[in-house]
Write a protein that binds this ligand. Structure first.
Ligand SMILES: [Ca+2]
Length: 181
């Protein structure tokens, strides 16, 4: 009994990791909240569903102003790493966007554009300094910011469930109690 409730809680935690997914492409996290002058990063992952050569190189990250990040110099760096298949999963690539230190000028939506087997997929992640605008909710733990439309949507965007607390329906509070037990 004890074990099953623990694994149920773990399953619930695993299902609330922020991620944007489309066409076998995943960008995590969907929101990156960081302190001023701290590094920020997000990962774009592409599963090799069509069995292409490991030499495939079809990931481009774009900065909020629309320029490809490879051309941006030392402040923003992207890589592309091939991961060999295992008995249980297909091979895949990851491209990590690393921003050495973030100031307000670097806040915004970063887009991972994937050209895989003639299908183009674009997924974004939002990188923002901590310290919220009037349109955001400030998380209780860590002070991250969550857009108001992410409040009470059943997803733990803050990481401490504070964006799912004190919701009028009470439905999400039940979910929160489950985790705490
Ligand atoms: Ca939420």
């Amino acid at each position: 009994m004890m074990l099953s409730s623990i694994s149920a809680a773990l399953l619930l935690l695993a299902s609330v990791v922020n991620a944007a997914t489309s066409n076998g492409v995943v960008v995590t996290p969907e929101y990156v909240f960081i302190k001023s002058m701290q590094p920020g990063s997000a990962i774009c992952r592409v599963t090799n569903t069509a069995g292409l050569s490991y030499l495939w190189n079809g990931i481009t990250w774009y900065a909020p102003d629309g320029t490809a990040i490879a051309a941006k110099g030392s402040q923003m760096i992207v890589d592309l790493v091939y991961h060999t298949p295992t008995a249980t999963q297909k091979d895949y690539w990851t491209s990590t966007l690393n921003i050495a230190s973030v100031d307000y000028t670097l806040n915004g939506n970063y887009t991972c554009e994937v050209n895989y087997n003639n299908v183009i997929t674009k997924l974004s992640t939002t990188i923002a300094l901590q310290g919220c605008t009037m349109n955001d909710y400030t998380c209780k733990t860590g002070g991250g910011c969550v857009p108001c439309n992410k409040l009470c949507d059943g997803i733990d965007d803050c990481g401490d469930w504070s964006d799912e607390f004190q919701c009028s329906t009470g439905r999400k509070e039940k979910k929160r109690e489950k985790i705490e037990k």
